[in-house]
Design a protein around this ligand. Structure first.
Ligand SMILES: C=C(C[SeH])C(=O)N1CCC[C@H]1C(=O)O
Ligand SMILES: [Zn+2]
Length: 598
């Protein structure tokens, strides 16, 4: 009797998965059309189709819940039913779902279409966040220009979304409750399939915080020497507009005037890319070649036909923020990004192609399993490849770096450059969702939104705003992922686990061996390693068919996330920073800010 029931359930699941593939394809195409060409018509279409698909899902869900899948023997079939038993925002009554989708697309449109005037030419008022504001923060060393641009961007992209954001929080929480969660915070955390994920995240932060405090202290000193102590204090937080990035999430753009050994040649990939006439296409082809060198998949023809790899110049408005898309038909995979020829975008191209590689590796899995083992795994794939690409050794192989010294000082410079990207990012990523957990749980109320956001920016990141803030401001939605309802702890997890993956792959490639000073982790390049490629491919093919510790174990032999990979990679830099901050007597950590932001 039960075996017959289970066999019927298996047949139902096969059919349901095919129906869901078509539904997801339809909805994803509508989202693509809207995000690559923001018009009222495309927005209407996207809303309409999303609501139709939600109604369809509701019907499927009723039938799914009529099966006694909790009693099935087959753990895999149970896992599929369990995943389909979570209806998501489609659980909302249609009118509430419509309001939720509208609130999010309003925030997304505000972010994507926001423009500001240029500091030097106040009549030029068509600056978008990409490429204009991004380029100003990459190149300007004028604190007044940076302060003006920072304030204008947060006024144009943040504050106008406060109303939509408040409605989105309330409705998304409604949906969470209909799915059995206390709030969206628990819903987001459920993707990490552990009952103590928040504790794991907190423990990772305690492991890496000392290293962050050291690089923060060193950078604050360098900036104080450059801009003077009236701009950068000796013991306070660092003003957020001086760090080379509008969100101060990575600080790579100030490496050129803060690196430990300025007399050593600068590793300037941007100049090399420009000098060698790299185009966006050539950047993509270079990234693809690395994946193929590992015997992983190349990009399908459809990818090259349908991706948008440069900002269209036909005057349309679009979401420029880089993204990778799976259309759930096993053939159609795309990237949309407004590439400029910079080292940062060379890295982003590998990052996005890492998503596509994951899609390709699990494309024959049931749709319900076409996801990362957890969201952090999906963000880590491309970055793991980029860790190899960014080594001086690899850059020389591909001709993006001349032969230069490989002495200790150059190695410290290289680790510092990587640290401005990887170490610095951790508190930013962590706080973005600590903030939103508090908002979803109601411990942060609407009148505290901006104050609590900046409290976290100060306590976790050691930053302060360039000018006083109040609740007339709303700075969180000046960041894409907050405006677009994209969970962010995935990046925090990625920046930890990518070093665990890197260590395992480097060992397989014979590029790293524990304790061998000739094969250190930060000099490893897995390029052309069939062993590494095979192991990575096997882990990616699992998709989300098993709990993430199984996927982690398949690749690294470990079943837990830990910062040991990252700490081992940066150990020489950590030692150097401690000695240097001692030598200069720099204060480690930061006192409270004098800027009024609450
Ligand atoms: C490149 C993407 C698309 Se998934 C991205 O959003 N990233 C990659 C690094 C962190 C985060 C960000 O830009 O905030
Ligand atoms: Zn990503």
């Amino acid at each position: 009797e039960r075996a017959a029931e289970e066999a019927a359930g298996r047949e139902y699941m096969r059919k349901l998965d095919e129906l869901m593939a078509k539904a997801q394809n339809r909805r994803t195409l509508a989202s693509w059309n809207y995000e690559s060409n923001i018009t009222n018509y495309n927005e209407e279409q996207m809303l309409q189709i999303s609501l139709e698909v939600a109604e369809e899902q509701k019907e499927y869900w009723k039938e799914t819940m009529s099966y006694l899948w909790h009693e099935y023997e087959d753990p895999d079939l149970k896992r599929m039913f369990k995943k389909y038993s979570e209806l998501g925002t489609a659980a909302l009554p249609e009118d509430l779902n419509q309001r939720l989708l509208t609130a999010i697309s309003n925030m997304q449109s505000i972010y994507a279409t926001a423009t500001i005037c240029d500091y030097k030419d106040r009549n030029k008022c068509d600056l978008h966040v990409e490429p204009d504001v991004t380029d100003i923060f990459a190149n300007s060393e004028d604190p007044e220009e940076l302060k003006y641009t920072w304030l204008e961007w947060h006024k144009a992209a943040g504050a106008p979304s406060r109303g939509n954001f408040t409605e989105y929080i309330q409705l998304d929480n409604e949906a969470a409750k209909l799915n059995g969660y206390d709030s969206v915070a628990e819903w987001w955390l459920s993707a990490y399939e552990s009952d103590d994920s928040e504790d794991q995240f907190a423990s990772l932060w305690s492991q890496v915080k000392p290293l962050y405090q050291q690089i923060h202290a060193y950078v604050r000193r360098q900036l104080r020497e450059k801009y003077g102590e009236n701009v950068v204090s000796a013991r306070g937080p660092i003003p957020a507009h001086l760090l080379g990035n509008i969100w101060a999430q990575t600080w790579g753009n100030i490496e050129k005037f803060t690196r430990p050994y300025p007399n050593k040649p600068e590793v300037d990939v941007t100049s090399a890319l420009i000098a060698q006439n790299y185009t966006a296409l050539k950047m993509f082809q270079t990234a693809e070649e690395f994946f193929k060198s590992l015997n992983l998949s190349g990009m399908p023809d459809l990818f090259w036909e349908r991706s948008i790899i440069e900002k269209p110049n036909d005057g349309r408005e679009l979401v420029c923020h880089a993204s990778a898309w799976d259309f759930y038909d096993g053939e159609d995979f795309r990237i949309k990004q407004c590439t400029t020829i910079t080292a940062a975008f060379f890295k982003t191209t590998h990052h996005e192609m890492g998503h596509i590689q994951y899609y390709l590796q699990y494309k024959d899995k049931p749709v319900v399993y076409r996801g990362g083992a957890n969201p952090g795994f999906h963000e880590a794939v491309g970055d793991v490849i980029a860790l190899s690409v960014s080594t001086p050794k690899h850059l020389k192989i591909v001709g993006l770096l001349e032969d230069g010294p490989e002495d200790t000082e150059s190695n410290i410079n290289q680790l510092y450059k990587m640290g401005l990207d990887k170490i610095v990012f951790l508190p930013f990523a962590y706080l973005l969702d600590i903030f939103r957990y508090g908002v979803f749980r109601g411990t942060t109320t609407t009148r505290d939104y901006n104050c609590h956001f900046w409290r976290l920016r100060e306590t976790l990141q050691g930053l302060e705003p360039p000018a006083p803030r109040s609740e007339d401001d709303f700075d969180p939605t000046a960041k894409y992922h907050v405006a677009a309802d994209v969970e962010y702890m995935r990046y925090y997890v990625s920046y930890i686990v990518q070093f665990q993956f890197h260590r395992a792959l480097c060992q397989l490639a014979g590029e790293y061996s524990p304790g061998d000073s000739d094969k250190i982790l930060s000099a490893c390049d897995i390029y052309r390693s069939q062993e590494a490629g095979e192991a990575l491919g096997k882990m990616l093919q699992m998709g989300s068919s098993k709990p993430w510790p199984d996927a982690m174990e398949a690749l690294t032999g470990q079943r837990n996330m830990d910062a040991s990979g990252l700490l081992e990679y940066f150990e020489p830099l950590h030692e150097w920073l401690k000695r240097e901050n001692e030598r200069t007597g720099e204060y480690i950590g930061w006192e409270a800010s004098n800027i009024e932001y609450c």
